[in-house]
Design a protein around this ligand. Sequence first.
Ligand code: ATP
Ligand code: MG
Length: 190
Amino acid sequence: MTRPPDPAPAARLRARVFFAIWPAAVIARRLHKEGERAHGLTGGRRMRRDTLHLTLAFIGDIPRERLDALRAAADKVAFAPFTFRVDRIARWRHNHIVWAGASGLPEELESLVTQLNSALADGGFPVERRNFAAHVTLLRNARGELPAAELAPPIEWPVGEFVLVESDPRPEGAQYRVLQSWPGVFGSQS
Ligand code: ATP
Ligand code: MG
């Protein structure tokens, strides 16, 4: 028996959502290239170039009618544009993820995540209790060892906005749709 196709995400009653920063194509290309290099050593599944992102806060499955409250929470966040210097590539053994990240967490990024989490908590949304680990997932199910390495030269990622994204889980990998973006404001207290 054939199942009817799943409804389009926007027609569903619930949405799987998260806040993220999304690289411009030129940065995504460089990140993707690093993933290719690592893949030669570790194997695994490469994330598609257009899906590469850094998750700031994962909300998960919520009723679609709560999206406005989520947007209102994000409206409270003030941040100044900054540059995220991606200078490391490594593999986590516990989940077999190869990721790109930074040796230091930029103050602005830390502030952005702290503000988001506090606005989410105020809005009654679940917040992550674990420490924030800024990373862009490049490979999943990467079984081979990868010695942590410096990226030389580092990737200078200009961050001018953050986005709210809906994730549509599919067998071939999640599909993402940006629902809204919030630009950084020069001179804002972050
Ligand atoms: P897939 O699950 O299909 O492999 P994915 O993990 O990218 O793809 P989602 O599970 O919808 O898709 O996750 C969206 C983003 O949120 C990803 O960056 C993912 O790493 C992150 N994420 C997912 N679950 C959590 C969680 N429990 N805590 C923190 N971040 C999460
Ligand atoms: Mg997932």
